[in-house]
Design a protein around this ligand. Structure first.
Ligand code: ADP
Ligand code: MG
Length: 382
């Protein structure tokens, strides 16, 4: 039975009628990693897995929401002090509160939802959940909140109700995503542009190493400090450099002797990565997926050797992809674990996936997970 049918059945069983169906999506980022806090580009798209919710106003001041996947229900009021305990319910509560804070109307409703984004795999199931409810409440209460603000509602929910200080990319992609299109977002100006993504003859597949190395948060802070330090050094010669992404490569070379070598390497990666996003966009407009793939390998090299946020498991998967002549492969997300994203020619797909499973398991003692993704629509009413 498909997800929509199961959700409606549960909704009818609980509330005696059908709900109105809304959906939203998880996301991938094709290229542009660790660029967001440097004022550079990211290049995400929504994918064909997400959250579906059935919702209907109930004429009270209470929200009754049921998670089908956890087989749990939760009821809460809409005042700040009504925050529920359950982690999954706080996403829904947070979206209600953040909508109210922006002057939107939210009153009691009933909801049942389920999802097929793997949790914690780097595909942003949480953004899918927030975006689904942010979009749905805006529609049901005719609040007229613009799409960017809907994305910010999701982001603020993570910040204020879930303890995750995330950027805007995940919610942006989940709200703005369109079938067959990736979105280049300038993290400094928030300007964005859609680019065609129709990889005919290729498949996009994620291989989840299922590891998460724990140095992630302190290492992240050190990377940020290095970037700021490099940008500050460059700014002395070129005052227009607000963020590292504003710097030209030759400007970085000018200050090489003035900054620690480590900061230089971090900055070299970031400046290269900003350019690679632009190069990938050009390649997509020509339909040149081989160049897209080559850029993905360059990003992996940079993340592994210059930015040093890869790990043994991810380097192993990347190396295997290269050896098997896969078109593109790189670590996706912040690093230190999670998935590689791979662009694979159809005829290579079966042998690559079989080899990745077998060789990874032989080396690391557990099988990786495999997620096929197609670039699809983001938040919408079904
Ligand atoms: P991710 O990287 O997938 O976003 P997070 O830890 O940020 O991982 O978010 C996962 C959390 O989002 C889950 O622990 C749960 O609270 C909530 N969530 C996501 N998908 C679902 C779902 N289908 N049903 C219930 N809760 C969900
Ligand atoms: Mg998340």
């Amino acid at each position: 039975m498909n997800m929509q049918t199961r959700i409606q059945e549960k909704f009818r069983a609980l509330f005696g009628e059908d709900g109105i169906l809304y959906a939203s999506a998880g996301r991938i980022n094709l290229i542009g990693e660790h660029t967001d806090y440097n004022g550079g580009y990211v290049f995400p798209g929504a994918i064909d897995c997400g959250i579906v919710a059935a919702i209907r106003l109930n004429g009270t001041d209470k929200v009754n929401v049921c998670s089908l996947d956890y087989d749990e229900c939760c009821s809460f009021g809409l005042r700040e002090e009504d925050a529920p305990e359950k982690a999954w319910a706080r996403y829904v509560f947070g979206v209600c509160r953040e909508t109210l804070k922006r002057g939107g109307k939210v009153e009691g409703f009933n909801a049942v939802f389920a999802g097929d984004v793997p949790l914690g795999a780097g595909l942003s199931s949480s953004a899918a959940l927030e975006s689904c409810f942010a979009f749905a409440l805006n529609d049901l209460f005719a609040n007229g909140i613009d799409k960017f603000e809907l994305a910010r509602i999701g982001q603020s929910t993570e910040h204020n109700y879930c303890g995750v200080k995330c950027g805007i990319m995940d919610q942006f992609a989940s709200i703005f995503g369109q079938e067959g299109k990736l979105i280049r977002l300038n993290c400094k100006t928030m300007e964005y542009k859609y680019f065609p993504f129709h990889p005919e003859g290729y498949r996009l597949v994620l291989i989840d190493s299922c590891v998460k190395h724990e140095l992630a948060s302190s290492a992240y802070n050190r990377r940020r400090a290095s970037c700021e330090n490099a940008a500050a050094a460059i700014r002395k010669n070129h005052p227009e450099v607000e963020f590292l992404s504003d710097a030209k490569r030759v400007w970085l070379d000018e200050v090489r002797a003035d900054i620690p070598e480590e900061d230089f390497l971090r900055a070299e990666y970031v400046i290269g990565e900003v350019q690679r996003v632009l190069d990938v966009c050009d390649a997509l407009e020509r339909g040149d997926y081989e160049t897209v793939g080559e850029m993905m390998y360059q990003t992996h090299f940079g993340m592994s050797r210059l930015y040093e946020v890869s790990c043994e498991e991810l380097d192993f998967l990347n190396k295997l992809a290269r050896k098997m002549d896969v078109t593109g492969s790189r670590v996706m997300g912040g690093g230190f674990g999670g998935c590689t994203i791979n662009l694979v020619r159809n005829e290579l797909y079966d042998s690559f996936i079989a080899a990745a499973k077998k060789e990874f398991e032989a080396r690391f003692g557990h099988a990786p997970k495999v997620y096929d993704v197609v670039i699809s629509d983001g938040a919408r009413r079904l």
